[in-house]
Design a protein around this ligand. Structure first.
Ligand SMILES: [Zn+2]
Length: 272
């Protein structure tokens, strides 16, 4: 059956890219609502449905837009919503970007845990992958295959010798998500940070919420030796959640928000 939150929970912080202060309220929602963002800072509190077809940009973060109103960097919250198997939730925000929190999905995961879950009166609409989907971009790709479960195999390729090639493969059960994935943070190269700032991105990033490396090493302590690839998996889960709660085997190499959301769009379109 579908599930929503037992009660509402709130959290405050700054957005990773905008650096803007934001408060977020996660509220229970009725059957078949799905995940819906509500911009309480705009007159009429417009809604943006968290659906793959509403993805309009993917540079550095996933942006959703509906009726000219947008929210961005939704992927870590979406990932936590998958991790807690929440079907229906209203996400009320007074800015266009959710808080970065610790740069992973852990804070949102814990927040949802605190809210508790409530069973509803409609069957869950699980998306069962029953054929092969494939998105390519040169050497990068992401594939979805039929599989009895939800599994992600990811190869990340980074030219920096410190990061290098990382491969990880997880059967994404609730326990594995919480223990191995939820806490993996986003990553940035020190030299790249300045360029991002000039582009008006990463303004809320600090050593508290981003792993930064330079030519000499890591500037903060890693939570996992292969934290980068785990975060890539966290992002895939968040981006695919835009299509729904997927059952299948995802295999990806060097995939990011662009390819992930293209796959989500393809799956969503095929279901419709
Ligand atoms: Zn991410």
């Amino acid at each position: 059956m579908q599930e929503t939150l037992k009660r509402k929970v709130a959290y405050e912080g700054v957005g990773l890219h905008s650096g803007k202060k934001v408060s977020i309220i996660l509220k229970p929602a009725s059957e078949n609502t799905g995940i819906v963002f509500i911009r309480s800072d705009i007159e009429g509190s417009p809604k943006i449905r968290a659906m793959a077809k509403n993805v309009t940009a993917t540079a550095r973060a996933t942006t959703l837009e509906e009726n000219g109103v947008r929210v961005f960097t939704v992927e870590h919250l979406m990932s936590a919503l998958h991790g807690q198997k929440i079907d229906n939730c209203e996400v009320v925000m007074d800015a266009e970007e959710p808080p970065v929190a610790d740069g992973s999905a852990r804070v949102f995961f814990e927040l949802l845990k605190e809210a508790g879950k409530m069973k509803q009166n409609a069957p869950r609409k699980e998306i069962v992958i029953d054929k092969v989907y494939r998105i390519d971009d040169g050497e990068k790709f992401i594939i979805a295959l039929p599989y009895d479960g939800f599994r992600i195999s990811f190869t990340s390729v980074n030219p920096h010798p410190l990061v290098g090639v990382q491969y990880s493969d997880f059967e994404i059960t609730d326990e594995i998500y919480e223990k191995e994935i939820a806490g993996a943070r986003t990553i940035a190269y020190e030299k790249e940070v300045e360029t991002l700032h000039q582009m008006g991105l990463g303004l809320g990033g600090t050593l508290e919420n981003v792993i930064v490396y330079n030519d000499n090493g890591w500037m903060n302590e890693l939570r996992y030796r292969d934290e980068l690839v785990r975060h890539k998996i966290l992002d895939v889960i968040g981006d695919l959640r835009l299509a729904g709660i997927v059952k299948g085997h995802i295999i990806a190499a060097a995939s990011g928000h662009s390819l992930n959301t293209k796959l989500a769009k393809l799956i969503e379109k095929n279901i419709e």
